[in-house]
Design a protein around this ligand. Structure first.
Ligand SMILES: Cc1ncc(COP(=O)(O)O)c(C=O)c1O
Length: 364
């Protein structure tokens, strides 16, 4: 039997009866868009996060675009973000007609480097998009405090920084509930959290064509609504999230316990980290990946080509070597299997396979 990178089914299967019941209720109601489940999920999510407002949207990419729009970001503006992240982070900035300014990462955390961020601020900088990458909180308290921070929390729902949930510390937090995320829907879904009521109101309008009643249109908006079936599923999963994140943290600790650190560099732990991905680092990545593949174990090399080197963003003028730490991380990091239900036996197989590959490397 192979080992996947993430086994989402293992997480929702025990909840099938409850899910089917909630979905049947939606079918019975005949109400599919922005109904009582969406309203209830928004309240429950705001309560869980400790945010004043939460607004459900269609996906995590739209969540970013809507927040940037609501902040008034558009052509001529610069927005600082890391290049070591999923494409959507920068895509949303470009969608608004603004210019992404890529910053370096801290190689120890793989999150944005606040010193480098400060150096890239100009009079045109209108926001910073801080990504809590792979489930690790980004160092928000070290960022310049006069620039609005949008927290891209797609990979870190439930993570904590200084006793508070990430996604509630900046101007707004954006979330994705894509099925592989720590909190997931049964399709695409997203959320925006904020403590700013005016911003929340603008986002609420923007997600539905800039209108409250579909008769009068106050803003040029979007169609980016959360649907009832996704909200109903999210309401089943949300109360389990802290438990699932705890299981991920335990699995991360187990990788260390099993001696994986003797053959590759492990992620440094910190208490608020929720291990959306378990990322190790090695200069021998190709060998490690082929050994895993041969053993039927999935792995992934995320952001091997960082955003500043992506063809669609070539017009920004970054070349190879522009962000050395980012490029090194792109070449040396690899994600290993992790999810809330991964077993000790599965983790032992992963570690044994990597150790065996490393031993071959030493003797050859
Ligand atoms: C860091 C980051 N930002 C944004 C997104 C976009 O979310 P979605 O796929 O829901 O649009 C993702 C999704 O993978 C992500 O990882």
């Amino acid at each position: 039997m192979g080992i996947p990178l993430v086994d989402v089914k293992a997480q929702y299967e025990p909840l099938r009866a409850e899910l089917m019941e909630r979905i049947a209720e939606v079918l019975d109601s005949g109400r599919f868009i922005l109904g009582p489940n969406v309203r209830a999920f928004e309240e429950e999510a705001a309560g869980f996060l400790g945010a004043a407002k939460a607004i459900g949207v269609a996906n995590g990419t739209d969540a970013l675009v809507l927040v940037l729009d609501a902040l008034g970001i558009g052509p001529g503006d610069e927005v600082i973000c890391p290049a070591f992240t999923f494409y959507a982070t920068a895509e949303a900035i470009v969608r608004r007609g603004a210019t992404p300014v890529f910053c370096e990462i801290d190689p120890a955390t793989l999150n944005l480097d606040p010193v480098d961020v400060a150096e890239r601020v100009t009079e045109r900088t209108k926001a910073i998009v801080a990504v809590h990458l792979f489930g690790r909180p980004a160092p928000l308290n070290e960022l310049p405090d006069r620039i609005p921070v949008v927290e891209d929390t797609a990979q870190a729902v439930g993570a904590m920084l200084g006793g508070r949930r990430v996604g509630t510390l900046g101007a707004a937090g954006t979330f994705s509930f894509f099925p592989s995320k720590n909190l997931f829907a049964l399709g695409d879904a997203g959320l925006i959290a904020t403590n700013d009521s005016d911003l929340a109101e603008r986002v609420r309008l923007l997600r539905s064509h800039g209108s409250r009643d579909k008769k009068d249109f106050e803003l040029v908006g979007y169609n980016s609504r959360l649907d009832e079936i996704q909200a109903a599923a999210l309401r089943v999963f949300l109360p389990r999230l802290d438990g699932w994140n705890g299981a991920r943290r335990a699995a991360a600790a187990r990788y260390a316990e099993l001696g994986l650190g003797e053959v590759c560099e492990l992620p440094e732990d910190e208490p608020g980290h929720v291990y959306h991905k378990y990322i190790v680092r090695t200069t021998e990545r190709d060998r490690l990946v082929s050994a895993l593949t041969e053993a039927g174990i999935a792995s992934a090399s995320y952001y091997a080509r960082p955003l500043h080197l992506q063809p669609a963003l070539g017009y920004l003028g970054y070349g190879e070597g522009a962000l050395p730490e980012t490029e090194r991380a792109g070449a040396q990091t690899v994600a290993l299997p992790i999810w809330a239900g991964i077993t000790r036996g599965e983790q032992e197989r992963v570690v044994e396979t990597i150790r065996a590959a490393a031993a071959v490397g030493v003797s050859s």
